[in-house]
Design a protein. Structure first.
Length: 369
């Protein structure tokens, strides 16, 4: 195993995460320097002899485990009660497959490795679709929490941080409308979106207590992905009308249940929407995507107690070691000095030089200690 800068482990990884998020002194950073590796990345490194054939890159590079409980309230289950929708392969197209589930969602995805799905069809276009297909599956009294009891036991005895990972409101809408139809629905069918938002809020308020009562949860992460490269997919005024009231109420509910670390997972350039979230009480973001123009240092000047995870431009890994060093030194020392920072590649590690990635790891671990 690659073992750059071993830690003394005078505190548990869980304690380190909580202290770091709360801007308290720590002995080193949380080693979440990457969340995933593209399949091609690991295969290339194995073929080049730099990575053992059966090695998980996360383990090989000594990264800290990331553990989360969704209780089937997360992105993949879409927050629906009852069993997950059944999925079937309806076409094989070279390295991709086309899938359809019993909600009517259709998408294309790669067979090998990490990728973003290409969405083809969504089930909701009207109030009738919402009330007939989706709404009957949102009943807190019928909610299937999956393997919550087993995960809760692990969370209570673990030395690692555990999050409650739940689907955010925009992602909840988008899962059923798609971005384009959703953009029109804000103007053409606002009452339907508000009805959906009320159901989203009810599901989380009535179902999260069971998770929080049985598991040991250190933070709550909201999966949104509500921005592209040039800005968010919803404007500030629409956010204020359609999202802010529901998030505000959910934050009150979660604080009353002992939670205060609220982490937004949203790629792209969230711009003015991130400001709105911060005003509501969201206090962390992953991944501050540099390729989309996100400037974590500038944001922290305005919000010095806002937790930053990410911020390192993945594209520098495609260059040389000097490119990696310039990126790291331009950001990591300043953000680390301010506290509340986990330096990480701003999404999955692309196919790149293993030497460049190891240089990144060595630099980060030499600074954050």
């Amino acid at each position: 195993m690659f073992n750059a800068f071993p830690r003394d482990e005078t505190i548990t990884r869980r304690e380190r995460f909580c202290r770091l998020y709360d801007f308290e002194p720590v002995d080193s950073h949380v080693r979440w320097e990457a969340v995933a590796f593209w399949g091609d990345t690991a295969r290339d490194w194995v073929a080049e002899g730099g990575l053992p054939e059966d090695a998980d890159p996360m383990d090989y590079y000594g990264m800290d485990p990331r553990n989360g409980i969704s209780g089937n309230l997360g992105f993949t289950s879409m927050g629906l009660s009852g069993p997950r929708p059944e999925t079937h392969v309806i076409a094989e197209e070279g390295r991709t497959r086309v899938y359809r589930n019993d909600l009517g969602q259709v998408w294309r995805d790669r067979v090998d490795g990490v990728s973003m799905p290409q969405w083809i069809r969504f089930p909701v276009e009207s109030r009738d679709d919402w009330e007939r297909i989706i709404k009957p599956r949102l009943k807190p009294e019928d909610h299937d929490f999956g393997n919550l009891d087993e995960e809760a036991v692990r969370s209570r005895t673990s030395q690692d941080a555990w999050g409650l990972w739940i689907v955010g409101l925009y992602a909840f809408w988008r899962n059923f409308w798609g971005e384009e139809k959703l953009a029109f629905a804000f103007y053409d069918q606002p009452d339907v979106l508000h009805d959906m938002a009320k159901c989203w809020l009810t599901m989380h308020c009535e179902c999260t207590p069971r998770v929080l009562d049985t598991a040991r949860i250190d933070y709550v992460m909201f999966h949104e992905d509500m921005a592209f490269r040039n800005g968010p997919l919803i404007g500030p005024q629409l956010f204020d009308s359609f999202m802010a009231p529901y998030y505000r109420e959910l934050f009150v509910h979660l604080r009353n249940r002992g939670q205060h670390r609220f982490l937004l997972d949203s790629d792209g350039n969230n711009g003015p929407i991130l400001e709105r979230f911060a005003d509501l009480g969201m206090n962390g973001l992953y991944p501050f995507e540099a390729a989309a123009g996100c400037d974590a240092i500038a944001f922290r000047r305005k919000h010095p107690r806002f937790f930053v995870w990410g911020a390192i431009d993945k594209r520098v890994l495609l260059g040389n070691k000097d490119d990696v060093e310039r990126e790291v030194m331009a950001k990591v020392p300043a953000l680390w000095a301010g506290g509340g920072f986990i330096p990480s590649i701003d999404h999955s590690v692309p196919p790149c030089s293993q030497e460049n990635f190891e240089h990144f790891i060595n630099l980060v671990r030499s600074i954050c200690r």
